[in-house]
Write a protein that binds this ligand. Structure first.
Ligand SMILES: C[S@@+](CC[C@H](N)C(=O)[O-])C[C@H]1O[C@@H](n2cnc3c(N)ncnc32)[C@H](O)[C@@H]1O
Length: 356
């Protein structure tokens, strides 16, 4: 999924750092979960995972990938709706996806507010989705909620379907990467007819716990072996940049404002987007005695200077830094051309002394 700071391509390196430094443990806290990429990887490796994020759509992904331990059966739903398949060997989940993909579009909140026809009166009519795709998204979102209300699907199945929808949105959005603005002209991806694709679930015998709150408030809840920190690296808050995913996940008809139709996000502001409060809260985390190791992902362009991070961490134990040259594609300041840039990805390792 396109998400700033998604560690999908770095998880193998993170794991190799853990192995190289002989870091052992069973309880892994994915403190800034985002797309849940890191939690997914460590769950599949056999760890017990705790994860949390301020964003609700992240919680939806965490529910589907981390907390849920089985492939969905949809037994109850299949007996309650009329599904016929064009695929010979489709399983129930695939049949449900096919059913949702074939729904007639509906003129709901997304169509009314984020597609051009109904926003024509605005100075800049919103072009996040084509009319047809917006109607499709509304129809699917409403159907998932209806099935939950009728108890045709259980909680796990509900979150798997919501996560399936959230994962699909980016492939049809007319944006440059984040939802803070839409493109002036239609991108090819936005013109394709909207379609869901099944997501993969991860089997596990362990109980995993996921949350939708500030992780700072979870420091005392468990005794962690590894706390993995992947905070925002700069001033940009995540909530406004992903407001549309949040609204589709919640589907709560929020009051929206401005050219991009943004929802209120004051409760979702992160203290890690400001140097002073980021350093203060990094210290709060390090000070806790409920962990063995902290692994902090950061890079050499982040808000918190390396010296300050090391000074804080070394009050609480031994600190080591591992580095990795990471090739990143960045938009230039006009947002169109792309150029290659090497960023130094870093992992700070803190081994806690005097653990409680
Ligand atoms: C760099 S991203 C994490 C990316 C993630 N590791 C991934 O692979 O997708 C930072 C995330 O931290 C979340 N966040 C910021 N402050 C937080 C806090 N105090 N508690 C929980 N999550 C927070 C943001 O919403 C965002 O999703």
């Amino acid at each position: 999924m396109r998400f700033i700071g998604n560690k999908e391509r770095l998880v193998d390196w993170i794991y190799s750092v853990i192995e190289k430094n002989n870091i052992k443990g069973e309880l892994f806290f994915d403190f800034f979960s985002g797309t849940a990429s890191v939690g997914k990887f460590f769950k599949a490796k056999g760890y017990q995972v705790i994860s949390s994020d301020l964003l609700y759509f992240s919680y939806v992904l965490q529910r589907a990938y981390i907390k849920n331990n089985t492939y969905p059966t949809f037994n109850r739903l299949i007996n309650n709706i009329d599904i016929t398949s064009t695929f010979l060997f489709a399983d129930n989940y695939e049949l449900v996806i096919e059913y949702l993909n074939s729904l007639e579009g509906y003129e709901g909140f997304i169509f009314q507010n984020y597609a051009p026809t109904k926003t024509e009166h605005l100075e800049k009519p919103r072009m996040y989705f084509t009319d047809e795709n917006a109607k499709k998204i509304d129809a699917i979102r409403i159907k998932i909620e209806e099935w939950k209300e009728k108890e045709f699907i259980n909680e796990d199945e509900y979150f798997i379907l919501l996560a399936t929808l959230i994962e699909a949105i980016g492939f049809f959005s007319n944006i440059l990467g984040v939802y803070g603005a839409f493109k002036k002209n239609w991108d090819r991806r936005a013109l394709k007819p909207f379609k869901l694709k099944p997501i993969s679930t991860i089997e596990s015998q362990k109980e995993h716990f996921v949350f939708n709150q500030s992780s700072l408030d979870l420091l005392d809840k468990f005794k962690y072996d590894i706390i993995y920190l992947d905070p925002p690296y700069n001033h940009r808050q995540y909530a406004p940049n992903y407001h549309l995913l949040e609204t589709i996940a919640k589907y709560d008809n929020p009051i929206i404002k401005g050219v991009s139709g943004m929802r209120e996000y004051k409760e979702q502001k992160s203290t890690f987007c400001n140097k002073v409060t980021a350093l203060r809260d990094l210290e709060t985390i390090c000070k806790s005695t409920n962990y063995k190791y902290i692994l902090l992902s950061y890079n050499n362009e982040g808000l918190m200077p390396q010296d300050d991070i090391v000074n804080i961490m070394s009050k609480y134990g031994d600190v080591k830094i591992e580095e990795y040259d990471y090739l990143r594609f960045k938009s230039n300041s006009n947002g169109d051309a792309k150029f290659k840039k090497f960023i130094k990805e870093q992992i700070y390792i803190l081994k806690r002394e005097n653990r409680r």
